[in-house]
Design a protein around this ligand. Structure first.
Ligand code: ZN
Length: 201
């Protein structure tokens, strides 16, 4: 129930029921998105922020209830997001989830705080402008996930195309390059990290 796509502040019963299904491995994508998109009439008022915060807390409660990790989305809202997590640590598992599409405004400053809470960091990092080689090197390998997101932001060299999961290899290649490690090592580690986080055998 993405913060900008779902406009309620609580879930329909059916969602709670589905959340328990064994094939559902995480709760999300949830979080806060304060990026204004005027042409889509997505404007950030204080009411909108409150709605998103309330919905995010409902996700934390649901994740705790069904004992599944969170897949967190945060866009230009790291101060408020961190505040909510900090005030709800009792709801978080020891492996609470992943910060998906990690990066952007205010993200790196919070890196160690999220890691200390047990979160993994996941990203789409092949863009030339990403430029966070030192940051990528500083994250422990067991805390990194790869992802492609969809349908936008296809990684280099597939920019402009519809994104798809198989492109995740490009993300792994970039992590290997930035860390000076082999693709095999990064692929193995991130695969194990994902299996562990999502409870996949
Ligand atoms: Zn997202």
């Amino acid at each position: 129930m993405h913060p900008t796509d779902y406009l309620g502040d609580d879930f329909p019963e059916k969602i709670k029921e589905l959340a328990r299904h064994p094939k559902v491995v995480a709760i999300g994508e949830c979080g806060l998105d304060y990026k204004e998109v005027p042409e889509s009439s997505h404007l950030i008022s204080s009411e909108e922020k409150e709605r998103q915060k309330k919905l995010f807390i409902r996700h934390l409660e649901l994740a705790q209830e069904v004992d599944k990790p969170l897949m967190i989305h945060c866009n230009q809202a790291h101060e408020d997001l961190f505040e909510i997590l900090k005030n709800n640590t009792s709801r978080l598992r020891s492996t609470p989830g992943a910060m998906h599409f990690f990066g952007g405004e205010g993200a790196w400053e919070k890196k160690y705080k999220y890691l200390a809470m047990g979160f993994l960091l996941s990203g789409v990092i092949t863009f030339p402008k990403y430029g966070h080689a030192e940051e990528i090197k500083s994250i422990p390998l067991e805390k990194i996930l790869t992802e492609t997101d969809a349908p936008y932001v296809a990684p280099v060299p597939h920019r402009g195309k519809r994104n798809e999961p198989s492109y995740v290899v490009e993300v792994a290649k970039k992590i290997a390059e930035l860390r000076g490690e082999t693709l095999e090592k990064i692929a193995e580690a991130t695969t194990q990290n994902a299996k562990k986080l999502f409870g996949i055998n």
